[in-house]
Design a protein around this ligand. Structure first.
Ligand code: X90
Length: 278
């Protein structure tokens, strides 16, 4: 008897290209300017893109994976566990749902669970790791689906942004909310709330920002569980936050890594995204 293929899939906003110990595929979003298109896959040079965008003065935006992109990521798997960036801000979830319906219709014995994470980045990474754990336990399709849904609600996303220009220019936040992060040296702290950005604080200086992040993490229910921090060309701030977390919660399991294309475009230079367990 051959093993069922059980695959984990996410759009590229999860900043994940491969997953050790899992059959994994990513569906790329795209960053689009009037001059060219950047596909957010393993071939993308994120820092070269950032440098080109910094020198570019025209309009820029993004595009979610197409139904075809999702189908390609599903491959030939019998069971697919598919995570998308928040459906409040992107068409990625809708495209994935259409792809899933099509996939199940054409292959009646295959099943796809599409989860709108109502979040992005390192919060999605945590849910991906949770699903990998569930699969390693040999849980059924329904058990994995229910466990991932419950875990999604027990986890959150906090962000620290030095600029929200790309978010505002693309209608993902109000110009008023974006203004806070537009001032030199001011960092906007916020979190994912009901699939949208919600602002929490404005901070001046690295240390004040870190204190604010720790305070808000605790207020949002963090008690020393797993944390994933992605940064946009800002390893120093990410590492300082990791140290501060471990100082307060010695058992905390914290990992730091660089954001890929989609999150780099919107979180912008210096940005931090923090996925955490409640
Ligand atoms: O479909 C598309 O073109 C993608 C649009 C994505 C827009 C939002 C991206 C946000 C990236 C910024 C801070 C965290 C936001 C939390 C959201 C709930 C990261």
């Amino acid at each position: 008897m051959t093993e069922r293929i059980r695959r984990i899939v996410a759009d590229s906003s999860a900043d994940t290209l491969t997953m050790e110990g899992a059959d994994f595929a990513a569906a790329p979003l795209k960053i689009v300017t009037e001059q060219r298109e950047y596909v957010d896959d393993g071939a993308l040079d994120v820092s070269a893109m950032a440098a080109e965008l910094a020198a570019y003065k025209g309009r820029s935006g993004t595009a979610c994976p197409s139904v075809g992109d999702w189908l390609e990521a599903f491959g030939e798997a019998e069971e697919v566990f598919c995570l998308t960036i928040t459906g409040e801000l992107s068409g990625s979830y809708n495209a994935a749902v259409i792809a899933a319906r099509d996939y199940e219709e054409r292959h009646p014995h295959r099943r796809v669970f599409v989860m709108d994470t109502r979040s992005t980045g390192p919060h999605m990474r945590l849910i991906l790791e949770h699903i990998r754990h569930c699969l390693a336990q040999g849980m059924s399709f329904e058990q994995v689906r229910d466990s991932a849904t419950a875990y999604g609600a027990r986890t959150g996303l906090l962000f620290v942004l030095e600029s929200m220009r790309n978010l505002a220019n693309n209608g993902r936040v109000s110009p008023l909310a974006a203004k806070a992060a537009g001032l030199l040296g001011i960092r906007a702290v916020g979190h994912a709330k009901e699939g949208n950005l919600a602002m929490l604080d404005k901070c001046r200086g690295q240390e004040k920002t870190r204190e604010s992040v720790l305070r808000h993490l605790t207020a949002l229910g963090y008690e020393g569980g797993a944390v994933r921090i992605s940064h946009v060309d800002n390893p120093a701030a990410a590492e300082a936050l990791r140290q501060a977390l471990i100082a307060r919660y010695p058992a905390a399991e914290v990992q730091v890594y660089g954001a890929r294309g989609l999150c780099s475009f919107y979180a912008e230079r210096g940005g931090l995204l923090i996925g955490f367990e409640k």
